[in-house]
Design a protein. Sequence first.
Length: 324
Amino acid sequence: MRDMSNGPTALLEDECDLVHTPTNSHSPRRDVPRVVVWRNVVLMSVLHAAAVYSLLLIPSASPYTLLWTLFCFVFSALGITAGAHRLWSHRSYKASLPLRIFLALGNSMAFQNDIYEWSRDHRVHHKYSETDADPHNATRGFFFSHIGWLLVRKHPDVIENGKKLEFTDLKNDRVVMIQKRFYKSSVVVLCFVIPAVLPWFLWAESLSVGFFLPAILRYTLVLNATWLVNSAAHMWGNRPYDVNINPRENRFVAFSAIGEGFHNYHHTFPYDYGTSEFGYKLNFTTWFIDFMCVLGLAKDRRRVPVELVMARAKRTGDGSHRSG
Ligand code: ST9
Ligand code: ZN
Ligand code: ZN
């Protein structure tokens, strides 16, 4: 693990670009008309209706199909958590080419925009949290930060301020650029075709159960688990590390998002590869990254020194900090 003990100041100066500071104001609040994208409204409504229908098919599914659905959930979730989030948005560890390819495939299965766009918007979210320049600004309410932001045109501040940030590392990553180039076809194959067809081919599951459970239901669950980080984890929970920001520690979200609900910690220390102080607790993604290091496929995990966490909690926390 990289030695981060050469002083908290060096660490913060090194990483400050993604740390939100209330003083880095971009522009005064601008009210702009909300432009609804009806195509997205229709598609998201149909998707969620189909996901509800999928629940009726669970009793008729083979146990292998249910296990396959779980596998697809975890694989696509890792493409977001260990891939788009901790690796590509935050560079909190380094991954070898085979691991980057594996994570890019999982990311296409998750169908949440390509890695480049996801990481670009996420960096903008950290830098301009809870302002008009934040793509899913949680001060606009639960619905907007959960799904509403994908149903309307972006606030111009998002685009204007996003253009000021640095994305050269993403442009220089061939895996990111190749995934971007073939994104649509990779989504069709990995998010829908393979999840649906493999159970039919290998254990004679009906194609409709294959389509509705490992494809539609799994996709909708991963989407909502991810969106809960933007909505619930920006509204409900303690703020042990920084009471001055909205993101919270939310155990339910940590569980459903395989480790991404420790959001007060994550916004305070965005460069920590574990996104939490507490190791593997409700954090399968951290276990996965550590396992990849054991296999020699990842390295240089960045961690915040315990003394810095304790000092920060004491200085700016809400008093609820516990070290276990
Ligand atoms: C989805 C994403 O679900 C979910 C992300 C969640 C993030 C969560 C983070 C939480 C932490 C991690 C937790 C992980 C937990 C995982 C748990 C797993 C169990 N900067 O976007 P456009 C420019 S997607 C700079 O079209 P509109 C740029 O030039 C779901 N520039 O804006 C761009 O052109 P291009 C499936 C920016 O027209 C141009 O503007 N996908 C930025 O306002 C236009 O951009 C969908 O539903 C920026 N930030 O449209 C699709 N942004 O792209 C939804 C834009 O060529 N999206 N520019 O470079 C859309 O349809 C549209 O984006 C829109 C806005 C209608 C929302
Ligand atoms: Zn956040
Ligand atoms: Zn983040």
